[in-house]
Design a protein around this ligand. Sequence first.
Ligand code: PGA
Length: 250
Amino acid sequence: MRQVMVAGNWKMNGSSESVKDLMVGIKAGMSAVLNAEVVVCPPAVYIPRVSGAADGSVIKVGAQNICDQDNGAFTGEISGAMLKDVGCDYAIVGHSERRALYGESDELVARRFAAARRNGIKPILCIGETLDERESGVTNQVCARQIDAVIALEGVTALADGVIAYEPIWAIGTGKTASPEQAQQVHAFIRGKITALDADVGAGLRILYGGSMNPSNAAELIGQTDIDGGLIGGASLKADDFLAICQAAN
Ligand code: PGA
């Protein structure tokens, strides 16, 4: 059985005050969240504060990125050991905003995935196609290429240590969600591709959907056979919306 997971990607939003309030709100509603694993990914500077607030609750903390190197002269980067040190269990790698706005290649993302693993952090590997790519019918190829970079570096069994988040770029922050059928098709493709290489890894791998998931569409999306939860951007910034998605995941 794959445990459903709901992860909030707060992106570059918030302040000391607002992250405190958000955590108070989320924690207050957690007793109604029975089955889902709940993760929040704050901006890096707020991770210690959020980890402290999450202490003693079931909420886990993730980073929005992780350096591919372990220490040294890498200005502006944060290592896996540092993230572990401040309480991270997860790290997002290869978010489309990192790929598109900061030029992160499939290979760099794969190295970040590897860095998470060797530091005992579970990577959340984001993949997904642009609108152009979808309209040209290459969605599956794009997702396969992004996954293959990780498999080439780390082997297929490495995927068992992480989570994949399928996030069609045209659905991120646009209010335009993939239909449950569209999402399920790609999720089934991803699982099928991995299962063909390793049946156990394919069966056990959690594949989240991301892209304008909200309280009104979450249950139907997460209800699809191969959708094991969500990576939530905008709706994770409001405690009530985030909790409603967590409850839908039950
Ligand atoms: P969104 O973002 O929910 O605001 O579309 C999802 C994401 O970027 O992870």
